[in-house]
Design a protein around this ligand. Structure first.
Ligand code: HEC
Ligand code: HEC
Length: 343
């Protein structure tokens, strides 16, 4: 009898402790969620006057041509809903992750220094070092499809390719013939003359990024869809190691001018050193591996210095190509091949 009471007592205790723990977890989750929303400096496309006047597809009519542009815009912004890994019609599955083009090409490809795609169609065909040949706009889009989206190529005459090109043509309709526009590419930064400091990178990540991108870089999905409110920065649903963003210099430049979300090239928040370190930290984490990367850059001299995968035509280690310091590598190419490397 005595034992039974004792055991009942213990169970009662366990129940109390468990309920308290559950309550506490719910409370913490609520606060965390509210905090996220509160902190979110949303910059929806309609907030920008330039975008509203020039690049808002809502102003378009219902002609067949406009419909292609509108579908292209949709695809660009909500890529995974149409061609992502969870789409049921298998021949429509092109991207291997649930990112959207607009997650990196911000404001639907129109934000200066976020790899703006305004005028991009006029900039092609273009010599591409990665393939060592003249490439078309469709091939360039497929480049991002196979790497940034970790997916597979779309046929040139597929609805999706036609729509994306229509949209990109449309946002470039006022660009010059050569397609040169203000804000192409990314902001330049002064590269610190040292290797990435991973410890500082982690500290910057925890202070400035974790709130939206998550402690495992996993991001946060929009409710009821597979696309992201805050996209992942590493892990299985991120860009693969062959993507431009997996190069430390490219990612640092993107981050400097665009992150934490809401900053612009005119109002960056991170120092160049912090952008460099956090970029190194992100790109040291696990992400999908692309096959056949050794076939990239048939002329190896053309390989950007922070390309994270071998082979190289120099004597620097993989680690130095991933984490710097880059000045010695840049100096090497200048001296040996008279090539001025910026990335
Ligand atoms: C993970 C980030 C990321 C995603 C997602 C992404 N891109 Fe890109 N894209 C880049 C980067 C970085 C560059 C510049 C690469 C470089 O400097 O070599 C680029 C370059 C391009 C270019 C060439 C730009 C120029 O000025 O020459 C095109 C076109 C393009 N992307 C289209 C797309 C499309 C379409 C999608 C969606 C299917 C997409 N990208 C998804 C990161 C991304
Ligand atoms: C307030 C939320 C927020 C914070 C804080 C934030 N980001 Fe982002 N980040 C976003 C959003 C939203 C996008 C996608 C933008 C879009 O789709 O318009 C994004 C996109 C990115 C991308 C490109 C897409 C991808 O998934 O690879 C990178 C890289 C990135 N952020 C890095 C960072 C880094 C590094 C920090 C900290 C210095 C940071 N972000 C802080 C919200 C945030």
């Amino acid at each position: 009898m005595f034992f039974k009471k004792e055991i009942e007592g213990i169970f009662f205790g366990i129940k109390i402790v468990c309920s308290t723990l559950i309550l506490l977890t719910i409370l913490t989750l609520c606060i965390y969620k509210g905090f996220l929303q509160f902190n979110f400096t949303a910059l929806p496309i309609h907030d920008s006057p330039v975008i509203k006047d020039e690049y808002d597809v809502a102003f378009l009519d219902d002609s067949p041509k406009s419909k292609w542009v509108k579908y292209g815009f949709e695809l660009f912004q909500n890529t995974s809903n149409y061609i992502g890994p969870s789409v049921e019609q298998l021949d429509k599955v092109f991207s291997g992750n649930n990112l959207a083009c607009g997650n990196c090409h911000l404001l639907a490809g129109t934000k200066p220094f976020a790899a703006s795609l305004v005028g991009v169609v006029n900039r092609f065909p273009q010599y591409r070092g990665r393939e060592h040949k003249l490439g078309t706009i469709q091939e360039r889009i497929n480049g991002c499809m196979e790497r940034s989206m970790n997916g597979r190529m779309m046929a040139i005459d597929s609805d999706e390719m036609i729509a994306l090109v229509s949209y990109l043509k449309w946002i470039g309709r006022n660009a010059s013939k050569e397609g040169k526009v203000f804000g192409q590419g990314f902001m330049e930064i002064n590269l610190p003359n040292r290797a990435v400091n991973l410890e500082n990178g982690m500290a910057v990540y925890k202070a400035q990024c974790v709130l939206c991108h998550g402690s495992k870089g996993e991001g946060i999905k929009k409710s009821k869809t597979n696309s992201y409110k805050y996209p992942p920065l590493w892990g299985t649903d991120s860009y693969n190691n062959g993507a431009g963003m997996s190069r430390v210099i490219t990612a640092a430049q993107f981050i400097k001018g665009n992150m934490p979300y809401g900053v612009t090239y005119e109002s960056p928040m991170l120092s160049d050193g912090d952008a460099y370190d956090v970029s190194g930290y992100i790109n040291q984490q696990k992400r999908p591996i692309k096959v056949n990367l050794e076939l990239d850059f048939p002329d190896l001299k053309r390989k950007p210095v922070s390309t994270p995968y071998p082979p190289y035509v120099d004597t620097f280690s993989i680690s130095e190509h991933q984490l710097g310091p880059f000045q010695p590598i840049i100096a090497y190419y200048k001296q040996k091949f008279n090539l001025t490397k910026k990335k």
